[in-house]
Ligand binder design. Structure first.
Ligand SMILES: NC(=O)c1ccc[n+]([C@@H]2O[C@H](COP(=O)([O-])OP(=O)(O)OC[C@H]3O[C@@H](n4cnc5c(N)ncnc54)[C@H](O)[C@@H]3O)[C@@H](O)[C@H]2O)c1
Ligand SMILES: O=C(O)[C@H](O)COP(=O)(O)O
Length: 396
């Protein structure tokens, strides 16, 4: 059986799917796939048997993607699987930034004994808040999470201004036409009463919200970070709070510098922690893993191009290679020179890497043995895998 190694609490929905499709979970030390959530894979040794690493979730900054790409290991995530959960916690955070709910609950619990209702009524004035309606929400990053947050804020009668220079077409379709598209992030920061950040942690986004950007914000504004620790410079945020340049900071990522600050609310990275989101993400992850390991289809990869074709021939060969000239020519010539007829060839490239999926019907055992090693000899080929169609009756 094919073995899958898991890290973190992966929902039973995903694990059951894999078991039902013939996989062993954590059975031995030479896994074909790794399924994880936030485990830091930079600290782990990834065995040479591994062909795929799947992040059940959105952010993949815990995975050494560049190294794995060089080894031909496909890295996947589950885009949108937990977006609704994060949207809901973001809306809760907006309300916590507008109304002093946390302090008010504490106060209500301190009023026990005697005429409770009288005491709460006479002292509740300290817990007055403001309304979100009519205020402006700035959304930085309008992907799966940000687009949902932006649309929902409109329903709360907020004005919404969004910024995302890399918006993809799928998400763009989902964004309500009443959301103002900012030309730059500075415009969002200057105009918004609430700023929420929904961008991935990558080099260019490290300390994306820094002291300079915080200075552009209104002093009465609140900042929300449900993206990743490090996207906001927490030291700069604390300094802005201390000097009354920022009213409030709510983050899903604990940081020593933020503790015991009445202007800060910290949640313990629970944005995606709902039963529904964990189930959806784990099932997506399990399907992506199974699809790649059994048919060579790549769906939702973060390091290689997606290639998703119906498996209608007896065999396929998947070739991960560098995105350099003449690879398709060399690969086609290789099959021709070895007397193997190509029924269909799909090729896509993204950045440095490309993937070629070759569909074959007549493929003798000797040819298969040869292909396994000889294709890898072509310069710039990183890894070759052969797939046999489980739904076809094949004779040699
Ligand atoms: N708190 C949680 O539990 C939780 C849960 C899910 C996701 N997240 C985090 O939220 C991030 C976003 O999630 P998503 O599902 O929306 O991802 P996504 O990939 O669907 O969207 C991210 C968007 O950010 C945009 N972007 C990137 N850099 C930007 C920048 N500097 N300025 C403006 N836009 C920028 C991209 O173009 C993209 O449209 C994830 O990468 C993850 O780190 C956290
Ligand atoms: O990027 C994500 O999907 C979230 O941060 C969720 O992380 P988790 O799976 O560790 O809860």
């Amino acid at each position: 059986m094919t073995n899958i190694k898991t890290y973190n609490a992966i929902s039973g929905k995903g694990l059951d799917y894999l078991s039902q499709h013939g996989y062993d979970i954590n059975a031995q030390d030479s896994p074909k796939g790794i399924l994880l959530r936030s485990q830091n894979l930079f600290d782990e040794v990834i065995p040479d048997t591994v062909r795929a690493v799947v992040r059940s979730g959105a952010g993949f900054n815990n995975i050494p993607v560049a190294d794995l790409s060089k080894r031909g290991i496909v890295v996947f995530n589950t885009p949108g699987g937990n977006a609704n959960a994060v949207k809901e916690l973001t809306i809760a955070s907006l309300i916590l930034a507008a109304r002093p709910v946390v302090g008010a609950i504490k106060f209500a619990n301190q009023t026990r004994g005697g005429d409770v209702s009288l005491r709460t009524e006479s002292n509740k004035g300290g817990y007055r808040g403001t309304e979100l309606a009519g205020k402006t929400l700035g959304v930085i990053g309008l992907g799966n999470v940000g687009s949902k947050v932006a649309n929902t804020a409109l329903a709360l009668d907020m004005d919404v201004i969004g910024y995302d220079p890399g918006l993809n077409a799928n998400t763009a379709w989902r964004i309500d036409r009443h959301i103002v598209h900012a030309r730059n992030v500075e415009e969002v920061l200057r105009r918004a009463d609430y700023v929420t950040v929904h961008i991935p942690m990558e080099e260019k986004n490290d300390h994306f919200i820094d002291a300079g950007k915080l200075q552009l914000m209104k002093p009465e504004a609140a900042l929300l970070n449900l993206s990743r620790g490090g996207i906001v410079d927490d030291h700069a945020a604390k300094a802005a709070l201390d000097s009354d340049q920022l009213r409030m900071y709510i983050t899903d990522f604990a940081d020593d510098v933020l503790f015991d600050n009445p202007k800060v609310i910290i949640t313990p990275h629970i944005g995606g922690s709902t039963i529904e989101a964990e189930d959806t993400s784990a099932l997506m992850a399990a399907k992506e893993l199974d699809e790649y390991l059994t048919s060579g289809n790549i769906i939702n990869s973060v390091n290689y191009p997606d290639v998703n074709e119906p498996f209608t021939t007896n065999y396929r060969v998947g070739i991960i290679h560098e995105n350099v000239p003449n690879m398709i020519g060399q690969i086609s010539a290789f099959f021709g020179d070895n007397g193997i007829n190509i029924e269909q060839l799909s090729n896509r490239a993204v950045g440095q890497y490309a993937y070629t999926l070759v569909a074959i019907n007549d493929f003798t055992s000797a040819q298969q043995e040869h292909v396994k090693t000889a294709l890898d000899e072509i310069p710039h080929v990183i890894l070759t895998r052969r797939y046999q169609n489980p739904n076809m009756m094949i004779g040699d």
